[in-house]
Design a protein around this ligand. Structure first.
Ligand SMILES: Nc1ncnc2c1ncn2[C@@H]1O[C@H](COP(=O)(O)OP(=O)(O)OP(=O)(O)O)[C@@H](O)[C@H]1O
Length: 259
């Protein structure tokens, strides 16, 4: 079968304003199938807002948002519903329901969006929990009985419930200790290898950039200043990008990655 070359994410001409503040102006970004792309930039540069636009949670004032070739601006309600089934977003705090067990949290999207029998939903939920690298006995625990790293994995399990092709991650390693963060990085790589996922990660974690991403999109001056492999960005001459990668922490991450 011919490879599908339609990009899962294609943004062009994106302009986003909050009142008089212009956050994005004529911004473009394209992500290829199976790619892991990091989204970085200074605080307030509009990363989370851009992720919400890709997740169809926010609508830009101008520009086109195409997901899997479908223009979200002109799609019908039915087309948008179908599109929403093809991607999944993991929020920073996990956004799990605290009164539901991990298994119930993961089962929820399956109950809402499929007509599968309860027993099968239960089996699928357990499968996703295993896929996210959680032990089987985590299934019956409540979120507040889990460590920070396990909560992130439970959120991943839920994000995988409906077999998305595109995963949107908002600072997934924030709040994790270095070992937990490194384990999460490995999980992202494993999921891409096993499921062929396309992944967009907003992150401040320089180790994640070096370890996991194929390309990094750098947000600055209201647009994507560059989108390139991290080793290339780390050598970029643009003052903002240079400053970002010239800091002591960035240099340490690069050295650790052999970059
Ligand atoms: N709903 C909103 N209403 C008004 N202003 C907003 C809203 N959402 C974001 N902004 C503003 O848009 C700008 C970009 O915010 P955003 O959260 O996307 O930045 P960010 O790059 O993710 O920042 P950080 O790295 O600090 O999380 C900020 O100045 C923020 O105050």
């Amino acid at each position: 079968m011919a490879e599908d070359l339609t990009p899962p994410v294609a943004l062009s001409g994106i302009t986003t304003r909050f009142g008089t503040q212009c956050v994005h102006e004529d911004l473009a970004l394209e992500i290829r199938r199976g790619e892991i792309v990091g989204l970085v930039g200074g605080s307030g540069s509009g990363k989370s807002t851009l992720l919400r636009i890709v997740a169809l949670l926010d609508c830009p004032q101008a520009g086109s948002v195409r997901l899997f070739g479908v223009d979200a601006g002109t799609a019908s309600a039915a087309e948008l519903n179908a599109l929403r089934r093809r991607f999944s977003m993991m929020f920073q705090q996990g956004a799990l329901f605290s009164s539901l067990s991990v298994r119930e949290n993961v089962a929820l999207p399956l109950q809402e969006h499929t007509a599968l029998p309860a027993r099968l939903i239960d089996e699928l939920a357990r499968l996703k929990i295993a896929l996210a690298g959680l032990p089987a006995d985590a299934a019956d625990k409540l979120p507040d009985q889990l460590s920070g790293g396990m909560i992130k994995r439970a959120a991943v399990a839920r994000a995988l419930a409906l077999d998305p092709e595109l995963l949107l991650l908002d600072e997934p390693t924030a709040g994790l200790d270095p070992l937990g963060a490194a384990a999460f990085d490995e999980l992202v790589l494993e999921l891409r290898a096993a499921l062929g996922l396309t992944v967009l990660i907003v992150t401040h974690d320089l180790d994640t950039l070096w370890r996991v991403t194929d390309r990094v999109a750098f947000l600055g001056e209201r647009r994507v200043l560059a989108c390139a492999p991290v080793a290339e960005l780390a050598r970029a001459a643009h003052p903002q990008i240079h400053a970002y990668f010239a800091g002591p922490r960035a240099r340490a991450a690069a050295t650790a990655a052999g970059g």
